[in-house]
Design a protein around this ligand. Structure first.
Ligand code: KIV
Ligand code: NA
Length: 275
């Protein structure tokens, strides 16, 4: 299994990091078998798997439950788990307890937290306690209420400078990597250049140290529309719905099951079955 230091090395040698989210045994297993470097158990879980409108309702127990399943499916892949909304803001003790639960019960290798500002001190508390932290700046979905919607961040010089400052503070606080979501490519490039830790982009252009996408967006599973920054590499919706419709049709038309999907009894047993 790769370690945080391997991701630093990948940045130094300019090998891009491929990260994808996964939420359960099959998505984790497929991700590991496909050679992804990092699996993120994202709190996007709330939207793409649990059907909520945002990531805000996701609980620490949801994250632990799903991280355990991911671990069983991807035993040799570095797993990062999102700390959910409001589990790393109240105080150090609550933050450390929540992260410890994710690492100990969920068996994640690291946690991810969103935002700069007061979150920086939590990153420091976590890393000095031995818990690797991935930071997350730019569009931070947990604070979508404050940001006023899912929009590109850091478009003005002022906002961009603030983001660069926050990014440097995340690195200084001990984060081993930074997710940068939905920012102009010029800003992402600058952040990646200024930081020695890898910058993993989503909607941040190509001039960063790695990419992350949401599993269900990437293979078009259960989602109808995907954001501009997503490239869909497969159409699982089409594949699965074709199979399901065929199944329903065959059940109704008595084409399923056939002999080969059916068990039989021996003739001599049958004679006694009816008494
Ligand atoms: O929850 C998630 O899927 C994420 C990624 C989009 C980075 O945080
Ligand atoms: Na997330």
């Amino acid at each position: 299994m790769k370690q945080t230091t391997d991701f630093l090395k990948m940045k130094e040698t300019n090998e891009k990091i491929a990260m994808v989210t996964a939420y359960d045994f099959p998505t984790a297993k497929l991700s590991e078998e496909s050679g992804v470097d990092i699996i993120l158990v994202g709190d996007s879980l709330g939207m793409v798997v649990l059907g909520y409108d945002s990531t805000v309702p996701v609980t620490i127990n949801d994250m632990i439950h799903h991280t355990k399943a991911v671990k069983r499916g991807a035993k040799s892949t570095f797993i990062v788990t999102d700390m959910p909304f409001m589990t790393y803001h109240l105080n150090r003790e609550a933050t450390l307890t929540a992260a410890a639960n994710i690492i100990q019960d969920g068996e994640a290798n690291a946690v991810k937290v969103e935002g700069g500002g007061n979150v920086i001190q939590m990153i420091e508390a976590l890393t000095t306690s031995g818990i690797p932290v991935m930071a997350h700046l730019g569009l931070t979905p947990q604070t979508v209420g404050v940001l006023g919607g899912y929009k590109v961040q850091g478009k003005t010089a002022e906002a961009a400078n603030q983001l660069i400052e926050d990014a440097l503070k995340c690195e200084e606080a001990g984060a081993f990597a930074l997710v940068l979501e939905c920012v102009p490519k010029q800003l992402a490039k600058e952040v990646s250049k200024r930081l020695s830790i890898p910058v993993i982009g989503i909607g941040a252009g190509a001039d960063v140290d790695g990419q992350v996408l949401v599993f269900h967006d990437l293979v078009k599973l259960g989602v109808d529309r995907v954001p501009k920054f997503v490239k869909t590499y497969a159409d699982a919706n089409e594949l699965i719905s074709k199979g399901l419709k065929e199944y329903v049709r065959e059940v109704k038309s008595l084409q399923f099951p056939e002999e080969k999907q059916t068990f039989t009894m021996k003739q001599e047993e049958l004679s006694t079955l009816y008494g």
